[in-house]
Design a protein around this ligand. Structure first.
Ligand code: PLP
Length: 414
């Protein structure tokens, strides 16, 4: 018999609770692409404003009765600009992927050439042919990779840019181990008349907290990001810039271009998230980096092959383990899931693994939010190493879950 609507709704509610239990009681989340929200921000997502109209500009909305939403929209945009040290912030952005599309639309026309970091160093699909760059009709060239490190090769990039005259160069990736040469690439962009977009989908948190140089200060024309990764906010996107002309174009792309009504509850939740960065950002960002460095060192002490860039395992809140010996990054992640650790694969500039990624990506935004410190690194690395090396990861789950449950209070939230 067909399941009744009420039963299906009840089941969906139970599934949501089960997802919460897995993330907040059973497992440690080692995935840098997610976080736990401030409960006050999370509550705003179901505050009833998200399904109301929001079409138009604050002070000049199409529908009536939206005075309160108008104020929230202005506060959120002002806080975003403040936290990222920018003159302009565009918050009407559904996701990090669409933030990149806005960036491409603001700087390029279909048929133009861009240069973007390749997947082998964590370059994101949105900058490439199958992603929004390709779908928007851009011609995409892969940036040359620095042989010693985990970023672009500046000298080779300059030669490519001089030969190809791109309209846009992008930096920033899904794995960022060491600082990118933003100043040097801006100089190349100036030489060939290109703009520079820094994709801070992952780095935005430690940029907001001052633990990573702000690409806007270093010369990026645009900085795009996801709001739910290291930033710890609702699922969405954000773009900041100090360029008035680009800000004007982004404004027109956001409305009436790519959004009409947008989710005001998300703007409210983002505003509360950004306040956490104003108050706790420095301490949170510094701790994310400290825990990543301690965990990378402890995993290396366990004999795991931690990937090294020129400056070592990481200057960031994320790092990678070479996963060739574990059947690949996704295979290793499935093993870790059984032991109570959540992670996923990533591309590394090492030998490929057929049918899988060759790296395992590890990050600390959620660990640190739950109170994990560098002192916990040795025990955690021991459990991760046993899970990956032993042949019975399920046997570790009770110990891991019990330890996980001792981290029951959120840190760095107002
Ligand atoms: N850019 C980079 C570098 C990413 O890693 C991601 C990851 O998802 C994105 C963009 C897309 O962000 P979103 O998931 O918010 O669309």
């Amino acid at each position: 018999a067909a399941e009744g609507a009420d039963a299906i709704a009840t089941r969906i509610e139970a599934l949501a609770q089960e997802n919460r239990r897995i993330h907040e009681a059973e497992c440690f989340n080692l995935n840098p692409a997610t976080n736990v929200m401030n409960p006050r921000a999370e509550a705003l997502l179901s505050s009833g404003i998200g399904s109301r109209p929001s079409l138009g500009y604050p002070g000049d909305k199409y529908e009536m009765g939206l005075e309160a939403i108008e104020e929230i929209e202005v506060i959120a945009a002002e806080l975003a600009a403040e936290v990222f040290g920018a003159t302009h912030a565009e918050i009407r952005v559904p996701s990090g992927a669409i933030a990149n599309l806005y960036g491409f639309m603001a700087t390029c026309r279909p048929g133009d050439t861009i240069i973007a970091p390749p997947a082998s160093i964590g370059g994101h699909v949105t900058h490439h042919a199958p992603g929004c760059a390709g779908l928007y009709g851009l011609r995409i060239l892969e940036a040359p990779v620095n042989a010693d490190g985990y970023t672009v090769d500046v000298a080779a990039l300059r030669l490519l840019a001089l030969a190809e005259r791109p309209r846009l160069i992008t930096l920033g990736a899904s794995l960022n181990l060491c600082e990118h040469p933003v100043r040097e690439v801006r100089a190349i962009a100036d030489e060939v008349g290109a703009k520079l977009l820094f994709d801070a989908a992952h780095q935005c948190g430690i940029i907001a907290g001052g633990a990573w140089r702000n690409p806007l200060d270093e010369g990026a024309h645009l900085m795009t990001m996801s709001t739910y990764k290291s930033l710890g906010g609702p699922a969405g996107g954000l773009i900041v810039t100090n360029e008035a002309g680009l800000a004007e174009r982004l404004d027109a792309i956001a409305f009436p271009g790519m959004t009409a009504n947008f989710d005001a509850a998300k703007s409210a939740a983002l505003a509360v998230t950004l306040l956490d960065w104003r108050v706790h950002g420095r301490a949170y960002a510094a701790q994310m980096v400290a825990v990543a460095q301690a965990l990378a060192a402890a995993l290396e002490d366990e004999g795991l092959p931690v990937f090294k860039a020129a400056q070592g395992a990481t200057q960031s809140h994320q790092f990678a383990v070479e996963a060739t010996g574990f059947g690949g990054g996704q295979a290793a992640s499935k093993t870790l899931r059984r032991a109570g650790f959540l992670a996923c694969g990533i591309g590394l500039p090492i030998a490929p693994v057929v049918g899988d990624m060759n790296g395992l990506r590890i990050g600390t935004p959620e660990l640190v939010r739950w109170g994990v410190t560098p002192e916990d690194a040795t025990r955690m690395a021991g459990l991760i190493a046993r899970a990956l090396r032993g042949n019975d990861p399920d046997a570790l789950l009770p110990e891991v879950s019990e330890w996980r449950q001792s981290f029951d209070r959120l840190h760095y939230v107002t």
